[in-house]
Write a new protein. Structure first.
Length: 250
């Protein structure tokens, strides 16, 4: 079916074709490569942002708004900013040339393109995810830290024995949101790399878009969308089973 011809029920033909499609498996690999960069980065930096907000009293609202701007701004706008920043003659390469005498092909290298896209998406969501973690930190009673300090627990011990266990629900929420996001990435690779180089940044949403609107094959694109939704749901369920646990302060 191509929007104009009569519809024809093809049973599971599209799904059989899908699992035989090399490009589909290429995109599956790309998605999990992106996860390896994005998930640790966004979790770590969002947690640092949340911990920083807890310490900062003055101008806290300013810092929150500054980081949230990236999340609510147009994807096109900040993609252009990063494209200029990571360009061959951009500020970042000017710095690397001045310090090390090298030029780094951020978006044209198959090894670095995925990392560069992950950095862009991480920057966009640090503020949003950081606020989720900050709300978890705010819910921890100060009396727990005071009691632990009286018992001789240092900062590191308090962090791993009190902070991390008690913000586990918030961490799980951020992890689940991050996982589902990796299956929905479109704007950044579409505008910056077009899925290249060598299709290393080609994503599920780009595959669905090109199949439905460029190749005019909405039936196959719908099958892709169903499989992507099931993959995303499966990752979320598996993650929650692995990381959710009852909290006990020791």
């Amino acid at each position: 079916w191509n929007y104009f011809t009569p519809r024809k029920f093809v049973w599971f033909e599209n799904f059989v074709k899908l699992f035989q499609d090399e490009l589909f498996w290429r995109v599956v690999l790309n998605t999990f490569n992106f996860m390896l960069y994005f998930i640790p980065m966004v979790l770590g930096l969002s947690l640092l942002f949340a911990l920083g907000l807890k310490r900062v009293k003055l101008f806290r609202t300013f810092f929150i708004l500054a980081f949230l701007v990236a999340n609510v701004s147009s994807g096109v706008a900040y993609s252009i900013i990063f494209q200029k920043l990571f360009a061959i003659n951009g500020p970042l390469n000017e710095l690397t040339r001045a310090l090390f005498g090298i030029t780094i092909p951020w978006f044209s290298s198959p090894q670095l393109a995925t990392l560069s896209i992950a950095v862009m998406v991480t920057w966009k969501f640090i503020g949003y995810y950081g606020l989720i973690l900050f709300s978890g930190l705010q819910a921890i009673p100060d009396s727990l830290y005071e009691a632990a300090e009286l018992d001789g627990a240092g900062k590191t011990t308090r962090f791993f024995r009190i902070t991390l266990p008690l913000i586990n629900p918030s961490l799980v929420m951020v992890l689940v949101l991050s996982l589902t996001l990796t299956f929905g990435i479109f704007t950044e690779p579409f505008l910056i790399t077009g899925g290249g180089p060598m299709r290393t940044t080609y994503t599920f949403q780009m595959l669905i878009y090109t199949t439905a609107f460029q190749k005019i094959n909405p039936g196959y694109a719908s099958s892709l969308a169903i499989v992507v939704a099931l993959l995303s749901y499966g990752c979320v369920i598996l993650t929650r089973k692995l990381v959710e646990r009852d909290v006990e302060i020791v």
